[in-house]
Design a protein around this ligand. Structure first.
Ligand SMILES: [Fe+2]
Ligand SMILES: [Fe+2]
Length: 306
């Protein structure tokens, strides 16, 4: 991984500004206030769980499972960010604050799931042990790739948490997921605007990083047991799929906010990367629409189950 000390130094004042903006915007909140403790019972500690305890569409249960395990993987995200951006100065201050905020997400989601019994607690704990013991996380090749990845990933996570909360049909669950999604949104805005600042410094290198990251993008969660099956169930439930990735991430952020099509003065290699990037985004949109049409034609009701 290349750390590019001069770029980190040049962006440090922006990191400081954006951290100040973040601190002024974010509000303190307490996981325990969002958990419906009154729904807990002695039976939670007894062995045995079946899906009849909390009927849910399969994709919604998969999404809760994958989203929580992704939050559980925080030590490895911190590790990558710490190595990539460094522990000193404004970058280190931001990374530690971000880590402290992220820690709340697994606390609140796990407590909510334990109390409501929406996910098998034994399967969940075994999957957490597997996930954290292996520590699989994306390793972006450069600082710019890392910034682009987290900008896109925080927004993708916000979209997935929010959509999951809406499908729970439970006010307490809706509030938990909306609260977490609001944090992810502020994290996204931080990184999105940091990428904009990097674009003003070195547009060609940033465009090449965006192209690589859009091409390689995967929802966080690789490394989770049966991830492919869960990802398919999540897509079928309309929580996160290619069409959503295109409409809610790539178009508003890459094309509209970063305005990659309007950038001027790019090197020949960045021009080529931009052309590939724009084609790629179009292809993702088309594939997403085709998939949505195919699923609509099959018109299966979402199955209730595990
Ligand atoms: Fe999070
Ligand atoms: Fe986040």
């Amino acid at each position: 991984m290349s750390t590019d000390p001069s770029l980190l130094l040049e962006l440090a004042p922006v990191v400081e500004q954006l951290t100040d903006r973040h601190l002024a915007t974010s509000k303190e909140w307490f996981p325990h206030e969002l958990v419906p403790w009154g729904r807990a019972s002695e039976a939670i500690a007894e062995p045995g769980w079946d899906e009849g305890l909390a009927p849910l569409p399969a994709g919604v249960r998969s999404s809760l499972f994958v989203n929580l395990l992704t939050e559980d993987n925080l030590p490895y995200y911190f590790n990558t960010i710490d190595r990539m951006f460094g522990s000193d100065g404004a970058w280190g201050t931001w990374a530690r604050r971000w880590t402290a905020e992220e820690g709340r997400h697994s606390i609140v989601i796990r407590d909510y799931l334990t109390v409501t019994r929406m996910v098998d607690p034994v399967a969940l704990e075994r999957a957490r042990m597997h996930q954290v013991s292996h520590g699989v996380v994306p390793e972006p090749p450069t600082v710019l790739d890392g910034l682009v990845y987290v900008a896109l990933q925080e927004l993708a996570t916000r979209v997935a948490h929010r959509a999951t909360g809406k499908l729970l049909d439970d006010r307490a669950g809706y509030d938990v997921m909306a609260r977490v999604a609001a944090d992810e949104n502020l994290h996204h805005l931080f990184y999105r605007d940091l990428v904009s600042a990097a674009l003003a410094i070195d547009p060609s290198s940033v465009v090449e990083a965006i192209e690589r990251q859009v091409t390689d993008f995967e929802m966080p969660g690789t490394g989770i047991v049966d991830f492919e099956d869960h990802a398919l169930a999540i897509a079928r439930a309309g929580i996160y799929d290619l069409a959503i990735h295109h409409e809610q991430i790539l178009v508003p952020v890459v094309l509209r906010h970063w305005g990659v099509e309007q950038l001027e003065g790019l090197t020949a290699s960045a021009e080529a990367a931009r052309a590939r990037l724009v084609r790629r985004i179009e292809r993702v949109g088309k594939a997403g629409r085709r998939m949505a049409e195919r699923w609509a034609a099959q018109a299966q009701p979402v199955a209730v189950g595990a």
